[in-house]
Design a protein around this ligand. Structure first.
Ligand code: NDP
Length: 491
């Protein structure tokens, strides 16, 4: 598909449709290398304009002063409109990211759900009345920061953007979104839908620029009072360092290398299906991918044989094929990175049991596909077991007992998620409490929904999105005292 037009972006009422100076960002369809779309590229100067427009909207438009039920009405309407445009948005997301259409439909549904959920939170939020210690009435109120910046990755556009924008807006902020340069189109659609649903202009601005200039300018801008970032750990660390210097709060949702554990008392058939879905869903391009597999020694061979067999039959297809189970990776560059990681595993002594190559047959040879890959023979100390690959690559390792697997699972800088399969719920409880991870799944994997908090331990991040924690992330607390003194105050 060849892009017909270069999409403009808006900074409040200013339309930036001049692609002359900064040029355009071209999104490539990972399924076949065609152009998925082009957008006008934002610049650091646009960041400055956007921050000013957003502050003006925050201060002078009624949004933050609306009653919660009035803000909630707009948020509900945004959710309704996202749902109404589901198929078109999902198709666009498929072109931008290469994700299977059915996954994109789920993501658009989730994005709509995020707005509905935070409409309900907004409407039912109760500030605290604190117990007094004197002649006054005291309260703790959730106040917006003002202008917040949200920086998102390419793997789940619209869902990631909604996950940040919905609670940040519900809390009364003005929001600047910088989407990934790989998937710039959905954030522009979200802004359009929000404006059509009645969100005042300037309250939500998307800046489709590069991380190194627009992203960095946002984090450094003195008018940005809080940053919410989802992406790689090293980028998050750099953003956190700047935020630390500026003394502004950050929410960081970062990378992972999640342990997926199969105990010998598990229903092995279900466990194998869970492991497959945990690593090969989204072609492994998921922060919570179960990429380190630990199988109890007595069933190690049996489980690996079953995984290899199923991996050979996995339907690697074009993203709009109704039978697809795994689509392409996001870009040629990313596929090369994944291939380099597999080469590293080989050089470390790993045996590639299945996969380990890009398919050469048509039509997959036109896209950024990489076959599901399982590696055996490495230890948890290897780089392949320690570094995030963010592709369909599973490193499998045996373990002896509960203590051994807890020690190995926790022996990583990351702490985003973990999963386990066992028939013993007391063991599941004990192990779940010992694992250092923000989410633990027992006899399931990769479950997630907007009402349950999400975030990482250790190098996987700071803060929690989703649930009531999501609203708190975008709010600061103000304490208010009403004097009830019967007499004048005395020194
Ligand atoms: P990156 O960290 O490379 O980029 C994420 C975003 O940050 C992009 O919008 C990028 O812009 C921008 N960016 C890059 N450099 C800077 C900078 N110096 N200052 C400000 N912004 C910057 O991650 P990827 O997009 O490659 O996404 C993959 C990573 O995201 C994986 O590590 C994955 O684990 C993690 N992730 C974590 C999730 C979680 O919830 N914990 C969920 C999804 C992904 P540009 O695109 O222009 O480079």
């Amino acid at each position: 598909m060849v892009a017909q037009t270069v999409k403009p972006f808006r900074i409040g009422s200013i339309v930036r449709d001049d692609a002359g100076a900064a040029g355009v960002i071209t999104s490539i369809n990972p399924a076949d290398g065609s152009i998925a779309g082009q957008v006008v590229r934002a610049t650091p100067e646009d960041v400055d304009t956007a921050v000013n427009v957003a502050w003006d909207a925050f201060r002078n438009k009624p949004w933050r002063r609306l009653r919660p039920d009035q803000r909630a009405t707009v948020l509900y309407e945004i959710g309704r409109r996202i749902s109404a445009e589901r198929d078109r948005l999902a198709h666009l997301q498929m072109l931008d990211s290469g994700k299977p259409l059915k996954e994109c439909i789920n993501m658009v549904n989730a994005a709509a759900g995020h707005f509905r959920y935070y409409a309900a939170v907004c409407e039912t939020w109760q500030d605290e009345v604190t117990s007094p210690r004197g002649e006054y009435f005291s309260m703790a109120l959730a106040e917006p920061y003002g202008v917040v910046a949200c920086i998102t990755p390419w793997n789940s556009p619209i869902m990631n953007e909604a996950q940040k924008a919905a609670p940040a807006l519900a809390a009364g902020n003005a929001v600047l979104i910088k989407p990934s340069e790989e998937t710039p189109q959905l954030a522009l659609e979200l802004v359009r839908i929000c404006t059509e649903a009645g969100l005042p202009e300037g309250l939500l601005i998307a800046l489709p620029g590069l991380g190194e200039d627009v992203g960095a300018a946002l984090v450094k801008h003195p008018g940005v009072r809080m940053v919410s970032f989802t992406g790689g750990t090293e980028t998050g660390r750099a953003i956190g360092a700047i935020a630390g210097q500026r003394l502004i709060p950050v929410g960081l949702e970062l990378g992972g290398k999640s342990p997926h554990i199969v105990f010998d008392d598990a229903d092995l058939d279900r466990a194998v299906a869970g492991v497959m879905s945990g690593i090969f869903g989204s072609a492994g391009q998921s922060c919570v991918a179960g990429s380190r597999l630990f199988v109890q020694k007595s069933v190690y061979g049996k489980v690996l044989d079953a995984l290899v067999e199923r991996s050979k039959g996995l339907r690697v297809r074009l993203p709009d094929d109704p039978e697809v189970q795994m689509g392409p990776l996001v870009s040629t560059g990313h596929r090369q990175k994944v291939a380099d990681c597999v080469d590293l595993a080989r050089s470390e002594g790993g045996q590639v049991l299945v996969g380990g190559y890009a398919p050469q047959e048509q039509p997959l040879d036109q896209g950024m596909f990489y076959m599901p890959t399982i590696i055996d023979g490495l230890t948890n100390a290897s780089r392949s077991a320690q570094e995030e690959i963010f592709g369909p690559v599973l490193v499998a390792m045996p373990f002896e007992d509960d203590a051994d697997v807890v020690a190995q699972a926790n022996d990583t800088v990351f702490g985003l998620a973990a999963g386990m399969w066992t028939g013993d719920y007391a063991r599941a409880w004990r192990v779940a409490r010992e694992i250092e991870a923000g989410s633990v799944w027992i006899n399931t994997y990769k479950q997630s929904h907007i009402a349950t908090p999400f975030g990482g331990f250790k190098d996987s991040g700071i803060g929690r999105e989703k649930g009531l924690h999501g609203l708190r992330l975008y709010s600061q607390v103000k304490s208010v005292f009403f004097g009830m003194h019967e007499k004048s105050m005395s020194l």
